[in-house]
Write a protein that binds this ligand. Sequence first.
Ligand code: HEC
Ligand code: HEC
Length: 363
Amino acid sequence: VSGVLVTEKFKRFLIVSVAAILVAGLGAVAFLWFKEPASRSPGSIAVEVFPERLERGKYLAHHVALCIHCHSDKQGDKIGYPPVLTAIGDGGSSCWDEATGHGSGFRVCPSNITSDAEFGLGGWSDGEIMRAIREGVDRDGKALFPLMPYSAYRSLSDEDAKALLVYLRSLAPIRKEVPARELPLLLGIEVKFQPKPLVAEVPDPPANDPVARGKYLTTIAGCNQCHTPVDDNGKPISAREFSGGQAFSLGGGSRVFASNLTPAKSGLGDRTEAEFVGIFQGFATDVAAKTSVPAGLNTVMPWLSYAFMKTDDLKAIYAYLRTLPPVENVVSGRRMLPPSEVRRAAQPPTSDAASDAVDSGKD
Ligand code: HEC
Ligand code: HEC
């Protein structure tokens, strides 16, 4: 008899505890679901417009921070997929979704950042736009998905953030609605923890310190996002910063691997400043802009946008990269899988270097 009683009691105990755990769990999920991301008031600043600011903003948006590259349609057959400049900032027509290899229930599209009042930023205040760029929340305080690289833009100086704002305001309004964002439940919760309010003013990097300026420029240009290797979970391996090897799919089984940019022999090696600057500026030509490349031979390195970085800025980037700890990692920048496709697509490889290098892409 007592045995039965104990089991009955135990059953009741179990039911009650399971129910309690469920309620607590649901409560936690509900709490997180309704949690607001960290943000601060956008304030009521009115950013003054003047020509130098507009010009600086345009330069950053097109050639350094690459806002236009992401927020416009791209020319799929040109080197590094440069933006189409007829509908600047309308969000373009490609999203990250199931079709691009993300799971079902995932869709994130670059927003319309033109000055259209209904579909763009026309109705946003200056403070709201600057907050979105650097602190990662939209007008209503909702967390932006970090494909918008706000953790990098967080480093934008107050002056450069204003310059970007002034340039965005100058974009012709385009009435185009981008598809709504969709995120799986847990990811939706995770995203809320990404935005971080700025707590202090952000000064410009010192003009007379190329290394500091170079660090600033590589940060806002997102160089490390591609050139730092990532682990199996896609997290950057900071001890091997800028040492390359991250793989990017070009479709059809072809991949390209980011180069090693550290001063190691397998990185910048003995490449001089002039050579480094020369690689970039070699793409600043009409021929480069018009050259069509087969999909498998293209690259994600946005050469045609960076080609127009100022010489001084490219030199500063070089100066900064030179100060990094050298990390040996042999990566040949332009390699495809499978090797047989390389042979067919490329006009015959000069040696077997292409196929030898294929397997060492990771590191
Ligand atoms: C790598 C691609 C990428 C780059 C580069 C990029 N963005 Fe974005 N941006 C996005 C995506 C994607 C979203 C939408 C995020 C979401 O829906 O959660 C977004 C959202 C925004 C928003 C919020 C708009 C809204 O309606 O909520 C603003 C403002 C913005 N970006 C401005 C910029 C500026 C300015 C730059 C350059 C300094 C820039 N972006 C660079 C991908 C990018
Ligand atoms: C979207 C990803 C991406 C971004 C952002 C990016 N790179 Fe690259 N980069 C690559 C890939 C992939 C390659 C190798 C393929 C190629 O040759 O284009 C490459 C190649 C290079 C090379 C050629 C090295 C060589 O051996 O010839 C240099 C130099 C370089 N990147 C510098 C930079 C700098 C500096 C920045 C930031 C201003 C930057 N990259 C941003 C992806 C990127």
